[in-house]
Design a protein around this ligand. Sequence first.
Ligand SMILES: [Mn+2]
Length: 267
Amino acid sequence: MFFYFPLWQGSGTTDELYSGVEYLYENLRDRFEFEIVPEFDTSGSEKKNKILNYDVLLKDLRLFKECLFQKDPDMLFTLGGDCSFCIVTISYLLKKYPGMSIIWIDAHGDLNRPESSPSATLHGMPLRVLIGDGDKSFTDICSTNMPIENLIKVGTRDLDQPEVEYIGENNVCMIDGNNEPSSIIEQALNKSNDKVYLHVDLDVLDPEVFRHVKCLAPGGLTRNTLVDVLRGVTEKREVVGGSVTEYTGSEPEDAKYIGEIMRIMSS
Ligand SMILES: [Mn+2]
């Protein structure tokens, strides 16, 4: 099952991710049969408990969760939006598939707690929330927590100091995105279980080849490397879920590329 979930409120106070994902949806809705979450709220709300748009994020994420449990899909691919909705999609699938590995392809750590986050944005915290560590209202949304050893991070290069410490203390699996695709694939396969979730934050790509994301970070993957890695993992593992996030642009060429990413991960 495919979902369109245009959450932007986890990315700050401006909604360029909303127009970006809306553009993708308009261009890809003929290729994928997207489900929509009814009564999704696109407004912003106050900062609370060190998290921007606190109330509306809680509301939208709870709606998404409710919708998923009603529809009960065995496979779930989501077009976003900002990374924070993965709190819902990953915990939902972990309940079905407790051993599922999460391959998180993203320039950033996404491992902050509200107290350590410089930006107060929820899209910098989803992995920590999934582990069960963070604001209680958000960790309560997770039906199942993610064991840290199920997490495999690819292409991460822009970390906050508390994240660096957390990664070191917890021995988080980190794969350098500047390796050859074959090496990235081999390392990811060595570490992963049979069932896999593939998360793509488009900011994992190098700004030289892809600029339409909110949080640019130099030193990233080429477009082909990302596609090769997704293909390599998909060939050897059962991919039960995935997400594509953080697009801000409106380019036909990008929509085509992102459609290809969605097709590969769901094939
Ligand atoms: Mn990111």
